[in-house]
Each structure stands twice: as structure tokens, then as C-alpha cells.
Ligand binder design. Structure first.
Ligand code: FMN
Length: 328
């Protein structure tokens, strides 16, 4: 089986436009932003928030839809309805989100504190759909409760077809370093495919993470922000090919393309707001970028943004940072 090279789901970021860019650069699988199972079932069907979360482009590759919640019945009904849309190649269940508003509802990583419920959720989704069902999880709730190995075994017994393991606990949120050896313990404990996640930002960290964890693949999140070509870099490393970091002009072209596609999809006003963070990631490390970002945040049209970015491109002084430091 070839190495899975996935874009990790990131709410507010990994929409269809950004995902397509990542697929073009060699990502082999992606997941939608997380969607509330209950919210999806109860919201009016034409509500834009859900429409945007659930749409996909035909050019995208394998795409799982990710659900969060805590009620096995809502999960099953939402998964069945989403499968019926015929858009997705899998259903992914969020058991890793650390956000208070999610864990407060016993969802996301809070499910790692209730393995019996987590197992029931997987069983009930498995019964409801024929698509593969995967789970995204962490190492446990906190240092004193690192139950990833027994939790993964239980999910496997409950019917999960694959796991993505983020090598941190809930209490760590995104701090500290991802514990790759601990992900390796999960991989060794189950027979289903395990994808390693956390702190893979370039070709060398990808190779090292695969070596340490022995996993079937990698999921890259923050390392892809403002650099969808990280998947090209990792592919090159996996295949032993040399890789040359793209010039800053490509970052600008890609940012502008993403902005245009987002504007065609959601309208220029929304796109301008949503693209601010992406512009900041695309220009990270470029000399003069901080000033330009402030101006971009005041810009009223993409024409203005384009002029600002092109000027930054012409300024030959700076060099684009090509490491994974551009993390929120
Ligand atoms: C802004 C942001 C949003 C995220 N949203 C989700 C989400 O919707 N579902 C999910 O399973 N994980 C989510 N994550 C976690 C990432 O998928 C990933 O597990 C984490 O960022 C660690 O991987 P990385 O070091 O490659 O970024 C999010 C992370 C960030 C930074």
C-alpha cells in the first residue's frame, strides 16, 4: 500500500478551495472541516454555513466528511444522510478536538474519557453506512490518562477502518512537541491503518515521523498553511527525489488564485475576510510582509490586495521562509 499523505482537517481553513490546491501538489486524502452531527440534522438544508462546509470540488481526490458530536443516533443518521450525497469516500469521527465548546458537550477529545461511548458511536455509524469509517484521536485526555493504545484497540473492535493519531493529549492542545513514539505504540497495537499526525512540516520531518511511528501515512495540518506545496516536498522526499522550494512569486500567484476561487464561491466580501489569514501565511517570513499585511487587512477589493502582493514580490530583498514556522 502506498503511503497515505493526507491534509489534516482544520476548521475555518481546509475548505474545498484550499483542499484542491493541496491535492494538486500531491496530497492523497483530505477531510472536510468538522461538522456537528446534530447541527447538520437540525439546520435548514439550504443554510450557507453547512452548504460551504459540505461542498466539494470534482477535482478533489479522496475526501472524508468529519462529524463531531456525542450521540450515537445523531452520528448514525447524519452519516447515512451524508453518505447518500455521494460526495465522500469516507466518514471520519472527531475524537480529538480540544476546544472547550466541543469537549463541554462531551464531544471531540472528551470521547477519549468515555471509551464505551466512543465505541458505541463507531458501531452505530458502521451499521448506518457502507463507506469506510475512520476516527481522528489524540494520545488521551492528559498526561495521567494516556489511553491511546487501549482506546485504539477498542475502536478497532468496534469496526473502525482506520485511525489518525495526533501525538498530543487534549490538555496539551497544540503546545509542546508531538510524541511520535507514542503514535508508534498505537500503530503496533492494531491491524487497521494508522496515520500519524503532529508537527510534520517538510520532507525530512515526514521521513522521520514515518520511521519513528512505522505508520501507514501522515496527516499534515499547520505545515500546509500558506504552503500547499508541502505535499510536493514530502512526495519528493518519499520518492528520494530532490526538491527545490518554490519562489515567492509562486506563493503570491497561489494566494491570488485561492482568493479568486474563494470569491467566485462565496462572494468577494466574505472571501476578502477569510483570505486575510491565508495572505498572512503565504507572505510569512518575507521582508516587508508585516506592513503589507496591515494594508491588506484594510483593503476593500482584491484588486488592491493584488497590487500589494505584487509589490512585495517585486521587492527582491526578502526570501520566503520555507520551513514550517508559519503556524498560528
Ligand atoms: C485552526 C485549526 C483547526 C483545526 N480543526 C480541526 C478539525 O476540524 N478537526 C480535527 O480533527 N482536527 C482539527 N485540527 C487539528 C489538526 O487536524 C491537527 O490534528 C493538528 O493541527 C496537529 O497537526 P499539525 O501539527 O500537522 O498541525 C485543527 C487544528 C488547527 C490548528
Amino acid at each position: 500500500m502506498s503511503t497515505i499523505l493526507a491534509l489534516a482537517p482544520m476548521a475555518g481553513i481546509t475548505d474545498q478551495v484550499f483542499r484542491r490546491l493541496c491535492f494538486e501538489w500531491g496530497c492523497s486524502a483530505a477531510t472536510t472541516e468538522m461538522v456537528s452531527a446534530q447541527g447538520f440534522l437540525t439546520a435548514p438544508r439550504d443554510r450557507n454555513a453547512y452548504r460551504f462546509l459540505l461542498e466539494r470540488l470534482p477535482e478533489e481526490g479522496d475526501l472524508s466528511v468529519q462529524l463531531f458530536g456525542s450521540d450515537p443516533l445523531y452520528f448514525a443518521r447524519a452519516a447515512a444522510e451524508l453518505e447518500a450525497l455521494g460526495r465522500y469516500t469516507g466518514i471520519d469521527i472527531n475524537m480529538g478536538c480540544p476546544a472547550q465548546k466541543v469537549v463541554g458537550g462531551q464531544s471531540g477529545s472528551a470521547l477519549m474519557k468515555d471509551p464505551a461511548l466512543a465505541g458505541k458511536i463507531v458501531e452505530s455509524v458502521k451499521k448506518a453506512v457502507s463507506l469506510p469509517v475512520t476516527v481522528k484521536m489524540r494520545l488521551g485526555w492528559d498526561d495521567a490518562h494516556k489511553n491511546a493504545v487501549s482506546f485504539a484497540r477498542l475502536l478497532e473492535q468496534s469496526g473502525a477502518d482506520g485511525l489518525t493519531v495526533h501525538g498530543r493529549t487534549r490538555m496539551q492542545q497544540y503546545s509542546g512537541k508531538a510524541d511520535w513514539p507514542a503514535i508508534g505504540e498505537v500503530k503496533a497495537a492494531v491491524k487497521i491503518p494508522v496515520v500519524a499526525n503532529g508537527d510534520v512540516t517538510d520532507g525530512s520531518s515526514a521521513l522521520e515521523c514515518l520511521r519513528v511511528t512505522g505508520c501507514d501515512g501522515l496527516a499534515v495540518g499547520r505545515g500546509a498553511l500558506g504552503r500547499p506545496w508541502v505535499f510536493g516536498e514530502i512526495r519528493a522526499a518519499l520518492e528520494g527525489r530532490p526538491w527545490e522550494a518554490p519562489p515567492f512569486s509562486l506563493a503570491v500567484d497561489t494566494a491570488l488564485r485561492q482568493a479568486r476561487e474563494m470569491a467566485a464561491w462565496k462572494g468577494e466580501k466574505s472571501a476578502l475576510l477569510e483570505m486575510r489569514k491565508h495572505f498572512s501565511w503565504y507572505t510569512f517570513g518575507r521582508r516587508g510582509a508585516a506592513r503589507v499585511r496591515t494594508e491588506i487587512n484594510r483593503a476593500a477589493s482584491f484588486a488592491e490586495v493584488e497590487a500589494l502582493l505584487r509589490a512585495l514580490c517585486d521587492d527582491s530583498g526578502g526570501k520566503k521562509a520555507e520551513t514550517g514556522e508559519n503556524i498560528p
